[in-house]
Design a protein around this ligand. Structure first.
Ligand code: ADP
Length: 396
């Protein structure tokens, strides 16, 4: 099927993976998508979806250049043919834009180098994004490349929300402040809420609950607070990350536990959260364990809920009220039990959930509160690829 519209190739490059999607930002259609995994390992895997067709390959793929070449040649073989689809830009997801970027940026050499300079703030992400950016600029030289930053939406945070109470000389020297993350999703979801309701003058809380989880407070379309900080470790309880913790736990584990800084980093980022509390990072597994009487799993859910109650309460206080509470991402969109359990704990705010609407599964933005609820509760599926494609297009 040919499109009369323009399309954007969205690229999310990880250290050993390359995720892509060809998106029509005007119709919101995803034309093709795929993932190359285990790049550089003895056997790499590619999965490409176009229309009804899914193509999989398992073979060694040495580096990101070979990975993107393979994606482009599969597109030639099974479609989509880029010439038919009027690919006007490539949009690259970049986790850390520091204080330099409060919106999408055309990638020229200067932008590329800034992304590299910001690597110390996102050592796992920015260097991996650059691998994708460099090969895509080389192999697709005829389209503009645009970087879309996870941190950009949170550049509007007021100073009191993004400043840590540290010696400011040290903080400034090492760029230690709150940058937030998941901004592309929070911006997309909060603006879809505004669009759906036909109002911008709203006090919103968005809960992005996936493997990574974050909350944001948005007033009249501007982010005023968010739960992720210097890195995506701060804030809510996540799949494998602990979220908020007394920083002195680091000193304690180092001095008393004899753990190295790298071991503590791995503990907090990879072996904590749901995984640390139950042994599994998948909310569906944790839920089913809890339903079968597993006490660790029940405690994990209660810790998750307690943290969410605290964030919703504190953001309501920061905003001086709340009009809309929105759930998004894997857990937020699908876990009706978690939504119900949280909303039960928010009755003091006048939150009333419509249990039937809450139980409906849908891909559409929807209201799940009762007409007399003082706070509108919504589920809005996020779509970071579409958001990246639209932001990329906005620069052309
Ligand atoms: P990420 O993009 O951060 O990797 P996702 O947004 O895909 O994560 O969310 C993954 C999480 O969503 C997992 O914890 C998974 O268990 C949870 N999830 C997906 N479907 C459901 C469901 N039907 N019920 C509960 N949790 C779900």
């Amino acid at each position: 099927m040919k499109t009369t519209h323009r399309t954007v190739l969205v690229i999310n490059s990880g250290s050993s993976s390359l995720k892509y999607q060809l998106v029509d930002p005007d119709s919101s259609a995803s034309i093709a998508s795929g993932l190359v995994e285990r790049i550089g390992e003895p056997i790499s895997a590619l999965e490409h979806r176009y229309g009804e067709e899914t193509v999989t390959r398992e073979e060694p793929i040495a580096d990101h250049t070979q990975a993107l070449r393979m994606v482009l040649s599969i597109c030639e073989e099974v479609g989509p043919n880029f010439a038919d689809y009027n690919v006007v830009a490539a949009g690259h997801r970049v986790v850390q834009g520091g204080e330099h970027f409060d919106g999408p940026a055309l990638i020229d050499d200067a932008t590329r180098n800034l992304i590299e300079e910001l690597s110390p703030l996102a050592p796992l992400h920015n260097p991996a994004h650059l691998k994708g950016i460099d090969v895509a600029r080389e192999l697709l030289p005829d389209v503009p490349h645009v970087a879309v930053f996870d941190t950009a939406f949170f550049q509007s945070l007021p100073a009191e929300a993004c400043t840590y109470a540290l010696d400011q000389e040290v903080a400034k020297k090492y760029a230690v402040r709150r940058y937030g993350a998941h901004g592309t999703s929070h911006q997309y979801v909060s603006s879809l809420v505004s669009e759906t309701l036909g109002r911008v003058d709203l006090k919103q809380i968005v809960l992005h609950l996936g493997n990574g989880a974050s909350a944001s407070a948005v007033v009249d379309g501007q982010a005023v607070d968010t739960s992720m900080g210097l890195t995506p470790l701060e804030g809510l309880v996540m799949g494998t990350r602990c979220g908020d913790i007394d920083p002195a736990a680091v000193f304690h584990l180092y001095r008393v536990g004899g753990m190295s800084i790298d071991e503590i980093d791995t503990l907090f980022n990879k072996a904590s959260g749901l995984k640390g509390l139950t042994g599994d990072n998948d909310m569906r597994v944790v839920r089913s364990l809890a339903d079968n009487g597993n006490e660790d799993a029940r405690l994990a859910l209660d810790v998750v809920l307690h943290r969410l109650v605290k964030y919703v309460g504190s953001y309501t206080a920061v905003m001086g009220g709340i009009d809309v509470l929105t759930f998004t991402a894997g857990i937020g969109e699908n876990d009706s039990d978690l939504r119900r359990e949280l909303c039960e704990r928010l009755q003091y705010l006048g939150v009333k959930l419509d249990l039937e609407k809450n139980a409906v599964r849908s891909k559409q933005p929807r209201v799940i509160s009762t007409p007399d609820s003082k706070v509108l509760v919504m589920v809005v599926p996020t779509n970071e690829e579409l958001a990246i494609a639209r932001q990329a297009l906005s620069l052309l």
